[in-house]
Design a protein around this ligand. Structure first.
Ligand code: DQQ
Length: 436
């Protein structure tokens, strides 16, 4: 079907066919970036046979599709090999932790290793023979215990620590910390790392240090904090809210000794304040890329199309900003995607998404918009605010696609100081894959 074919993204990663959701276990190994992902080999919708799809790349742009890494084939993951994370040990070995949904649909944590560590493509995976390694602890619902993070080393007691998201009886989202010496035996660290009432189940927790322009490895940040207080390093905590399907984060301070993470601003705590993206972006996960000393974020941009794609579709996603006066008299710049005119179809999700973006005195407003067939991804003010949309036009495709700039201001003067348009080679990914 030609229509569906053109909607395939050019540089946003997609499997060759069928359904994908969360990114899993991203890791850099022997010169290759690995991306695993929640994958249904049997169809284009989510199901109870989710496996780990797998692809590898040298540059994060051109991907080589690899065989399914792990399938739901054991009693402890027969209802799904769910999300998880990679940890690279000091000797270079990788351990993978993931959530298994058992034959009784209980969520447990499981361990797996590369079968052949000398294979840079990490094609074969071996599940640990005595899985699972963690069960829901007392008081935690058996369906509320999932998505282990990457572990970091804590030299104060020579253990690896990782966190897992959950919710409690009062609909509070919460994070539990585990520690282990060998990734086989785990101990629940007393107390909760964090908890926010009213935010529901916290999926796909992420916790990582930030400070300065470079990425920071969590193990290094914990070591630095125990030596010299850690300087200006802060920790981002992110959760994916099952209630409203958005990725929320906050900046805070992680205290390993007390097993606490405290937001800088309790009014903008995790789950109620900042979002990574104001459009369609969920179940994200970061990893530290040692080759470029940067932290890389992957997110899942789901489809918002209807299941039957044979409907008539039209065109136009507006990306716009407007300046308005707030109740306090100050000026605010709003930045939004208007999806409402992106298609004639009326059985797909079409919203106006966005928020206020800070523009400081003396700054010019700037926007970067990437259009990748059926994804529009925008970064306002260098990424202070981001919005991602799925759009399914039929008219503005190939040569009929274009960029239009409108100035609808009536009472103020707006000058465009610079407009740069690049055409992206959208067939790059596909051509590379078929030539392998
Ligand atoms: N998707 C996975 C879960 C995770 C959810 C199952 C988030 O592990 O909590 O496919 O999208």
């Amino acid at each position: 079907n030609a229509m569906l074919q053109w909607q395939r993204t050019g540089f946003h990663f997609q499997p060759e066919k069928n359904w994908m959701n969360d990114p899993n276990g991203p890791v850099y190994y022997k010169g290759w970036y690995h991306l695993f992902y929640q994958y249904n080999p049997d169809g284009a919708i989510w199901g109870n046979k989710i496996a780990w799809g797998h692809a590898a790349s040298r540059d994060l742009l051109r991907w080589r599709h690899l065989p399914v890494a792990m399938s739901p084939d054991q009693w402890y993951d027969i209802n799904g090999v769910w999300s998880g994370s990679a940890t690279v040990l000091p000797d270079g070995r990788i351990v993978m932790l993931y959530t298994g949904s058992t034959n009784a649909s209980v969520q447990v944590q499981c361990l797996a290793f590369p079968t052949d560590p000398s294979d840079p493509l990490l094609i074969n995976w071996t599940k640990y023979e005595n899985n699972p390694v963690m069960y829901p602890p007392p008081g935690v619902g058996e369906k509320d215990f999932r998505d282990p993070t990457t572990a970091w080393f804590d030299g104060s007691d020579d253990t690896w620590r990782l966190v897992i998201g959950s919710k409690d009886d009062h609909h509070a989202g919460m994070v539990m910390t585990y520690k282990t010496k060998d990734f086989i035996d785990y101990e629940l660290v007393p107390g909760l790392l964090h908890r926010v009432p009213g935010t529901g189940m916290w999926e796909c927790i992420d916790l990582y240090p930030v400070g300065g322009l470079r990425g920071i490895d969590m193990t290094e940040a914990v070591a630095a904090a125990s030596n010299n207080g850690g300087g200006d390093v802060l920790h981002v905590m992110k959760e994916s809210s099952d209630d409203d399907r958005h990725d929320y984060y906050a900046l805070g301070r992680y205290d390993a000794a007390k097993n606490t993470w405290t937001p800088l601003d309790s009014d903008a705590d995790v789950g109620i304040g900042l979002r990574y993206d104001w459009g369609k972006f969920y179940a994200s996960k970061t990893f530290y890329d040692p080759s470029k000393k940067r932290r890389v974020l992957w997110g899942w941009v789901g489809e918002t199309d209807s299941e039957h794609a044979d409907v008539a579709k039209g065109w136009a996603t507006g990306v716009y900003f407007y300046v308005a006066r707030g109740l306090d008299g100050g000026l605010r710049t709003h930045f939004c995607h208007d999806e409402t005119r992106s298609s004639h179809a009326n059985d797909i999700v079409k919203r106006v998404v966005g928020n206020i973006v800070p523009v400081l005195d003396g700054e010019e407003f700037s926007v970067r918009v990437l259009v990748d067939h059926s994804i529009v991804e925008s970064f306002a003010m260098g990424g202070r605010l981001t919005a991602t949309s799925r759009v399914y036009p039929t008219e503005a495709i190939y040569a009929n696609a274009g960029v239009y700039l409108f100035n609808n201001a009536t009472s103020a003067r707006v000058n465009v100081t610079r407009l740069v348009v690049h055409e992206m080679d959208s067939s790059y990914n596909q051509a590379y894959m078929t030539s392998l």
